[in-house]
Design a protein around this ligand. Sequence first.
Ligand SMILES: NC(=O)c1c(N)nc(OC2CCCC2)nc1O[C@@H]1CCC[C@@H]1O
Length: 321
Amino acid sequence: MTFERLEEIKKLLNEYNYQYYVLDNPTVSDQEYDRLMQELQSIEMAHPEWITADSPSQRVGGQVLDSFTKVTHQRMMLSLGNIFNEDELREFDDRIRETYPNVEYVCELKIDGLAVSLVYADGHLDYGATRGDGTVGEDITHNVKTIKSIPLTIDYDGDFEVRGEIYMPKKSFNELNRQREEAGEALFANPRNAAAGSVRQLDSTIAAKRGLDAFLYMVPTAAEVGCTTHKEALDYIKKLGFKTNPMTRVCQNIQEVWAFILEMTEKRQTLPYEIDGIVIKVNNLEYQERLGYTAKVPKWAIAYKFPAEEVVTKLKDIIFT
Ligand SMILES: NC(=O)c1c(N)nc(OC2CCCC2)nc1O[C@@H]1CCC[C@@H]1O
């Protein structure tokens, strides 16, 4: 009876997590969620041998490491070349269209967070790692598990890697700095620094309280799982239960890309998270493969960066770590 009840509660809580944190569409009250979590934790307290790595109770942290171990990425985690205006955007398009006259693009918001690689083995989260220098990153699995929109299990046998950006929503950032100001601690300068500082905590209980989130935007083995375009890869991971950004748009030509850039420049301040540009990617995966890379950046993707904002600093905003 109790073991079955434990399995039933885990299924319920993982489903509620998915609805609340991935779909942003909760179907139960916080009270009902908390009641179930309490029941789960009391059963696990009575039967610690029944605790599994994918139990929702693992989301609250509690693991304290004494140092970070290193992880070597199976495929390099690339960065992006930057462009800053419409002319440079046209040059990017001209260069690609020489080879692929019918190229279409996928435009994504450039989330201002830190890149993460999530590796699953037989449907369970095996580890999460920072980008590091692109080849070797830090194992931050204990903190990744506290990000409730990141699934601890997926319906996929074998090895599977997905990459994205961990970020701190503006609401979490403002609340964190309010608490730090009250405690007389140094403030974080921006959500990106706060997110980086949070995932670098050795004590995952701290990360669990930072209100971190993540958008996933890259499947290194997309072609191997039958996708022919980047958009299909994004739809594929969404079906697996990953959180992808809803503003992503397929553009048939560079005029549509520029229209998207202008539209997002307008909407930027209204978003619940910070972005520092727009990432434009060739949609066709075969074209990506053929266009290849330079030293560390793809030739098939570019980041349009917004002009630096008028930085109006109040005294307190410049007191930061
Ligand atoms: N920050 C982002 O929102 C973002 C994105 N939407 N898409 C990519 O695509 C990767 C895939 C190949 C090269 C870059 N990268 C992003 O951020 C990169 C990761 C590392 C440096 C940039 O922040």
